[in-house]
Structure formats: C-alpha cells, structure tokens
Unconditional design. Structure first.
Length: 149
C-alpha cells in the first residue's frame, strides 16, 4: 500500500479580506483638514482683497457715467480722482495738493500722463482741453495706480 500524499489532505488556503478604502487612515483625515483650512484661508484673503478694491470699481463706474460734454466734466473727474487718491494714499500725502503738484502726483503714481491743461483748467473757464484724453488718462490711472501702503 502506498501512503497518500499528505499535502492533498490539506484544505485550500483562505485569502484574507481585501483592505477597504473606507474609512481612510488618520493621515488622510489630517491632509483633508489641512487642504480645507488652506482653501478657506485663501478664499478669505481673496474676499478681503476684493472688498478692499470696491472703491476702485465704484470710481470706475462713476467715471463711465460722467457726461463728457457737460460743463463740469473736468471738475467731476478731478473730484473723483482726488477722492480715490485720498482713500488710496491718505490725506497726509494728497489733501494739500493742487495745480501742478496735483498733476505731478497723478503722473507719478499712475502709468498714464494727464493733459497739461488738467492742472490749470479749474482756474480758467476757457481752457481748451481734450476731454477724451482726460477720460482715457483718468480711467488708466484708476486701473494702474499703486498705493504705497
């Protein structure tokens, strides 16, 4: 008689249960928490930046609504730019500026040169001024000025 093969009497091997994808390991929870916190912080920063520039969006809308043919166009643009400059740079730098000093400040703080007649127009009722050039310069200044603070 031949002995039977002892290995044939063994039961088949049981495979272990597969590793489930849920719940994730604690490291993934920490990573998720960090990503959520970073997203919330960046969103909050963007919101603050957007809120801080609301006055510029409002000024651009007001500039677009001005009547370019009206007799007070120059004065309205000047007042608008002065208000934005006061808000951006503070009264200690801007409040006392007028005439040539105001024009030099606008040219220095923006990327667009204003017409030279912009400085003298409030004092002379007959000053010839290209309103299209003034509108373009004011619009460009609102987009490009960079406050120091």
């Amino acid at each position: 008689m031949t002995p039977q093969d002892p290995l044939s009497a063994l039961q088949p091997l049981r495979e272990p249960v597969g590793i489930a994808w849920w719940p994730p390991a604690p490291g993934w929870w920490v990573l998720l928490l960090l990503v959520c916190a970073a997203t919330a912080f960046l969103t909050w920063q963007q919101w603050q930046r957007w809120q801080a520039k609301a006055y510029l969006r409002h000024a651009a809308k007001r500039l677009a609504s001005f009547d370019k043919m009206g007799p007070r166009y120059h004065a309205e643009v000047n007042a608008l730019l002065k208000a934005v400059a006061l808000r951006s740079y503070g009264p200690e730098q801007v409040a006392a500026l007028n005439g040539e000093a105001w024009l030099a400040f606008l040219d220095r703080s923006g990327s667009q040169a204003f017409p030279p007649s912009f400085a003298t127009a409030p004092y002379h009722s007959q000053t010839a001024m290209d309103r299209e050039a003034l509108h373009s310069a004011a619009s460009q200044w609102l987009k490009s000025h960079r406050p120091d603070r």
